[in-house]
Design a protein around this ligand. Structure first.
Ligand code: 13P
Ligand code: SF4
Length: 305
């Protein structure tokens, strides 16, 4: 089958099944191109909670499809590649988190959505990289546990110095591959460029940035800036949206190491097979789902600063 035929068949099956195709900003270009909605983790969670489609096809990694299944239990959620996981999400487990909670009674747990449903179920509120600061500010308690991303946690802690953070030492292996030395090298090569990065980057990398934001914050920031050239410190997939929405500007990836192997798994062929077979379905057991949903709902009710 040619790529054009695959694309035509995907659109046909999506229509026939009253499905919505959601794709994260890190997906392959051709997957982003065919999606109904592309966005960051926060935007895609909101879409998943609001859509009136019968079927959600989630092109992303496992925790994202799981969040969609938690927020929309009456819908079927398909994840084209069941093996698309997130190593950061696997760095925090329920028993470890329970143990940390027992050593800090009464301290609320803020959990990044890059986590399993079972871990979300043990949390008071979730956050994404787009709303972590607002979520932390919304807490009435001074002290909090932040899991699993130590880099996002430390970045939020700098923005909300009045709070006391207990950090879980998880991290994104893709973002941690970008070193401050590499950023300095790129800045020397392109002295007229601004450096924009994701808060999953190391603190010494974020400190070098002109702007730190979620993947969906990047394009509006670059569009508004009078600068013409940007060095980008996040997963390579974001370049598709940045270039598409800002054709007159230049975007340079800060390092060729910024590729998340999990985000690159899903192909158009995988998407077609998923729609033909209606597999793999992502489900969350009710007992976990209800408690995880409370943490996600609480996040969605926090107004953005
Ligand atoms: P966003 O928070 O911008 O969605 O991206 C972070 C990420 O790593 C998703 O896996
Ligand atoms: Fe997980 Fe990092 Fe890949 Fe996002 S980019 S899915 S946090 S490994």
């Amino acid at each position: 089958m040619s790529n054009t035929d695959i694309r035509t068949e995907i659109r046909h099956l999506l229509k026939e099944r009253n499905a919505v195709l959601l794709a994260h900003n890190y997906m392959r270009d051709e997957v982003q191109e065919i999606a109904d909605i592309t966005g960051d983790s926060l935007q895609l969670s909101i879409e998943a909670s609001r859509t009136d489609a019968d079927l959600i096809v989630f092109c992303g990694v496992h925790f994202m499809a799981e969040s969609a299944a938690i927020l929309s239990p009456q819908k079927t959620v398909l994840l084209p590649r069941a093996d698309a996981g997130c190593p950061m999400a696997d760095m925090v487990d329920v028993s470890g988190l329970k143990e940390l909670k027992s050593r800090n009674p009464g301290v609320p747990v803020v959990t990044y959505v890059n986590s399993t449903a079972a871990v979300k179920a043990e949390s008071d509120v979730c956050c994404t990289s787009a709303n972590a600061v607002s979520v932390v500010r919304s807490l009435s308690e001074k002290k909090l546990i932040f899991a699993p991303d130590r880099n996002l946690g430390r970045w939020a802690a700098r923005a909300v110095p009045e709070k006391e953070f207990i950090f879980w030492e998880g991290y994104c292996p893709t973002h941690e591959r970008l070193s401050a030395t590499k950023v300095m090298e790129m800045k020397a090569l392109y002295p007229d460029a601004l450096f924009v990065c994701h808060p999953e980057c190391l603190p010494e990398v974020s400190s070098l940035a002109d702007h730190v934001c979620s993947t969906s914050g990047m394009s509006p920031y670059c569009a508004k800036s009078p600068t013409k050239r940007f060095i980008i410190g996040t997963e390579a997939g974001i370049l598709f949206k940045l270039r598409d929405e800002n054709p007159e500007k230049e975007f340079i990836l800060a390092s060729p190491a910024l590729i998340c192997p999990n985000m690159k798994l899903t192909s158009l062929e995988d998407l077609l097979v998923t729609l033909q077979t209606m597999q793999p379905v992502v489900k969350v057991p009710n007992e976990i789902r209800i408690r995880a949903k409370a943490a996600l709902d609480k996040m969605l009710s926090v107004p953005r600063d």
